[in-house]
Design a binder for this molecule. Structure first.
Ligand code: FES
Length: 142
């Protein structure tokens, strides 16, 4: 079987799909490799992600990865969400085929973009090195 049961479950029943109208932060990223798009909405209270929703215009692996990623950051402090890697998401999904790893990068990047949006909206100082741009990531190069 190409995809793990966990991937299939999150693909068929994605968690946290949708829009948060009064979101405190929104992050949108596109995948340079396939052109797919993901948008992540966060509600943040006292540095904690109290709610998260996503829209993914992308493949099944991207949907499964976004779904898993939202579950992994919900209820967590922003700083924990910031350290979530696509590798951790892939591990939580019990793996993805090698040529689908790049799909999981969308989720990590969308979360980072949303957190950066939150910092900017609120005039919070942040370290730019926590937000590397797409070109400096190696995931799409394999
Ligand atoms: Fe585009 Fe998977 S093929 S995100």
């Amino acid at each position: 079987m190409l995809y793990s049961e966990t991937v299939m479950d999150h693909f068929r029943h994605p968690r946290n799909v949708g829009v948060i109208e009064d979101a405190d932060a929104v992050g949108e990223v596109g995948n340079a490799k396939c052109g797919d798009i993901m948008r992540m909405y966060l509600k943040i209270n006292d540095g904690i992600i109290t709610d998260v929703k996503f829209e993914t215009f992308g493949c099944g692996s991207a949907i499964a990865a976004s779904s898993m990623a939202t579950e992994m950051i919900k209820g967590k402090p922003l700083k924990d969400a910031l350290t979530l890697t696509n590798k951790a998401v892939v591990e939580a999904l019990n793996g993805l085929p090698a040529h689908k790893i790049h799909c999981s990068v969308l989720a990590e990047e969308a979360i980072k973009k949303a957190i950066e949006d939150y910092y900017k909206r609120n005039g919070i100082e942040y370290d730019k090195r926590d937000f590397p741009d797409c070109e400096s990531c190696s995931s799409c190069q394999n």
